[in-house]
Each structure stands twice: as structure tokens, then as C-alpha cells.
Design a protein around this ligand. Structure first.
Ligand SMILES: CC(C)(COP(=O)(O)OP(=O)(O)OC[C@H]1O[C@@H](n2cnc3c(N)ncnc32)[C@H](O)[C@@H]1OP(=O)(O)O)[C@@H](O)C(=O)NCCC(=O)NCCS
Length: 329
């Protein structure tokens, strides 16, 4: 089997901070409610002139530097995103132009909050097939531009940012030892942008008046239970396949959707939440596909991941989508 090296990571967060107290001024909400129900205290918001590719660019440059390569070494750029700069072309294509990686083949992967792990999955398959040697995986979102800022049930949950990783078909260093993804399209209407597509609600004055171009969360409470079950199943799948146990994992890096959801996942797995779960939701909220990518980079850069550590990234998202990746540092 061709080895898959996690050669370098990077991330970028816009500097503008929007706190819960800021939201109190325009919405019928409170810092106390948001912190208690979600764990979120603040989130980052892109500047008006920053699109998703603009957040992805510095994250990618950081990942390339960490991997000791340049943009001319990249065979593929695979971007996980649900907020590309525009519907067409792909966000990864726009990024390629800005990065100057003209030889790279580029495309997007749409898997909502699971987008980083889905993009890594595609990258791994190319590398294992011998079709590429170096792939830049990036997950980036400007969620602030697709939420309805008058809908308190949804808008308080999201933020903007980007995370990136370079994967190489190479032995040595951190190795991705297993990766698993799953989907359930039949039950995938819980996180929805209904308007603007090819369905019965294409963009029109009426669809915009009804705010169908904004993100809706359907049955949010019920989705917490479904999410925890899929997160846990994904973790057990990769561990079982490798003959490993939950207690062998040194650090879990989960998608950051809701702190209570993640505490419940830790309980279900039987691990100490404070010791073993890497959390960024308090600072950055939910950045969809980018959450786990940013958390991975932060865990690497802050020294939370020690050499030899076994790390499990686990994700769940709209669609429905879920997955887990096991990395031995
Ligand atoms: C959204 C979420 C934070 C809501 O928390 P919850 O504990 O389930 O809260 P509920 O939906 O039961 O709402 C409780 C009450 O708070 C109110 N409320 C909702 N948002 C609020 C806000 N920002 N501020 C104050 N009150 C709010 C609701 O109107 C409701 O009021 P009611 O009881 O009078 O009807 C939580 O369900 C969640 O995180 N769900 C998963 C999110 C998800 O699926 N993410 C995408 C995939 S990863």
C-alpha cells in the first residue's frame, strides 16, 4: 500500500471578531443562551472584499511552507466548501489562479461540515492509485455571507475561515493510516439552501424575498442525536479496521458544531472530554468544512500533538455526511 504523508498544515482566520455581545445588539438573543446551548463565545467574519478563495490562499501558502514545497509541486487542489466564490467555476479553480499553481488539476467537493475529510478521502485515493504525488487539500468557507442575520436560530452558529493540508505519497513523518466516509442523502435535508439551484426555486425576486438563498437548519435539536451516532460510528469504523481501541487515541479533533454535541460524543466513546477533545468552537463557532481543518492546524502549531501521537479527526455535516481519519504523528 502506498503510504500517505500529512506533509504540512495551515490555516487562516479573518481578523474581524463578532462576539455574542455584539449579536445581542441586533438580535433577540443573549451571550448566556448562546454559550450554554452551543459553547460559542465569538466568531470571525470575513471583510466585504474577502471571498472564500481569499481566506483559502494564506492557509494554503502556510501549508505549502510547512510541507517545504512550492505551488509548482502541486498535482491537484481539492477544495471542500459549500460557499465557493461563485456557483461556477469551482472555488478551487479560482484559488489555483491566485496561488499560481497552473499545472494543478482543481475541483471542489461538496460535503458541508464533512468537506475536509471528504476532500482528504479523494486525495488519498488519487495518491494510492499512483495518479498524483502531491495534493493540496483545503477547506474554506465564508458562512457569514449565506446566513440570514435576522434568524437567531441559525446565524449565531456560524463563522468564517480556512484550513489546508498537503498530502504526499511518501513514507516518514505523520501518516494517514485510515480514512472512512459515509453519506445518507435520503435524510439530507436538515441543512439546506433551498433557493438558487435547478429545483422549483431558482433565483427570482420571490425566492430572494423569501430568503431561500440563505442557510436553514431544519429540526436542529433532533440532528444532534443523529450527529453523535454518526460521529461515533465513524470513529469505531476506522479504529476497528486498524485493530485499535478508543483509548489508543491521544487526541480527537472533531468537527466543531456544538459543544454539548461533542461532550455527548465523548461520553458515548467513553473518553475524557477535557483531556482528549480539541476544541475551537468557543473562538471560531462552526465554520462548516473548515472547522476540522483549522483545528488540526492549530493542534499541530500549538504543540498539542506530540510526535508519535495517534490523532482521530471525526466529522459530521449536512447532506447527511460523516467520516473519520486516523493520523499517526
Ligand atoms: C441549534 C441548537 C444550538 C439549538 O439548541 P437547542 O438546545 O436544541 O434549542 P432549541 O432548538 O430546542 O430551542 C430552544 C429555544 O431557544 C430559542 N432560541 C433559538 N435560538 C436562539 C438564540 N440564538 N437566542 C435565544 N433563544 C434562541 C428557540 O426559539 C426555542 O424557543 P422556544 O422553546 O420558546 O420555542 C442545537 O440544536 C444545535 O446545535 N443543533 C445542531 C446544529 C447542526 O445541525 N449543525 C449543522 C450540522 S453539523
Amino acid at each position: 500500500m502506498i503510504p500517505i504523508k500529512l506533509a504540512g498544515t495551515g490555516s487562516y482566520l479573518p481578523s474581524k471578531i463578532l462576539t455574542n455581545f455584539d449579536l445581542e445588539k441586533t438580535l433577540d438573543t443573549s451571550d448566556e443562551w448562546i454559550v450554554r446551548r452551543t459553547g460559542i463565545r465569538e466568531r470571525r467574519i470575513a471583510e466585504p472584499d474577502q471571498a472564500t478563495s481569499d481566506l483559502a490562499l494564506p492557509a494554503c501558502r502556510q501549508a505549502l511552507a510547512a510541507a517545504g514545497i512550492t505551488e509548482t509541486d502541486i498535482d491537484y487542489i481539492i477544495m471542500g466548501t459549500i460557499t465557493p466564490d461563485c456557483c461556477c467555476p469551482a472555488g478551487a479553480n479560482v484559488l489555483q489562479g491566485k496561488l499560481g499553481a497552473h499545472q494543478a488539476v482543481t475541483f471542489d467537493v461538496t460535503a458541508a461540515c464533512s468537506g475536509f475529510v471528504f476532500a482528504m478521502d479523494v486525495a488519498m485515493r488519487y495518491l494510492q492509485a499512483g495518479a498524483a504525488k502531491t495534493i493540496l487539500v483545503v477547506a474554506a468557507e465564508v458562512m457569514s455571507r449565506v446566513v440570514d442575520w435576522t434568524d437567531r436560530a441559525t446565524c449565531v452558529l456560524w463563522g468564517d475561515g480556512a484550513g489546508a493540508a498537503v498530502l504526499k505519497a511518501e513514507a516518514g513523518g505523520p501518516q494517514i493510516i485510515d480514512l472512512y466516509v459515509g453519506t445518507d442523502g435520503a435524510n439530507g435535508q436538515n441543512l439546506l439552501v433551498a433557493g438558487g439551484g435547478s429545483s422549483t426555486t431558482p433565483i427570482s425576486h420571490e425566492s430572494v424575498d423569501k430568503k431561500l438563498h440563505t442557510l436553514k437548519l431544519i429540526e436542529a435539536s433532533a440532528s444532534v442525536r443523529v450527529a453523535v451516532a454518526h460521529f461515533a460510528q465513524a470513529v469505531h469504523t476506522v479504529l476497528d479496521r486498524q485493530g485499535l481501541k478508543v483509548e489508543d487515541v491521544d487526541l480527537f479533533i472533531p468537527h466543531q458544531a456544538n459543544i454539548r454535541m461533542l461532550q455527548s460524543l465523548a461520553n458515548r466513546l467513553g473518553v475524557d472530554f477535557d483531556q482528549k477533545f480539541f476544541i475551537t468552537i468557543d473562538k471560531y463557532a462552526n465554520i462548516s468544512s473548515a472547522s476540522s481543518a483549522i483545528a488540526l492546524d492549530e493542534a499541530v502549531r500549538t504543540g498539542r500533538i506530540k510526535p508519535g501521537a495517534l490523532v482521530c479527526i471525526t466529522v459530521f455535516g449536512g447532506g447527511l455526511t460523516w467520516g473519520a481519519a486516523l493520523i499517526k504523528f
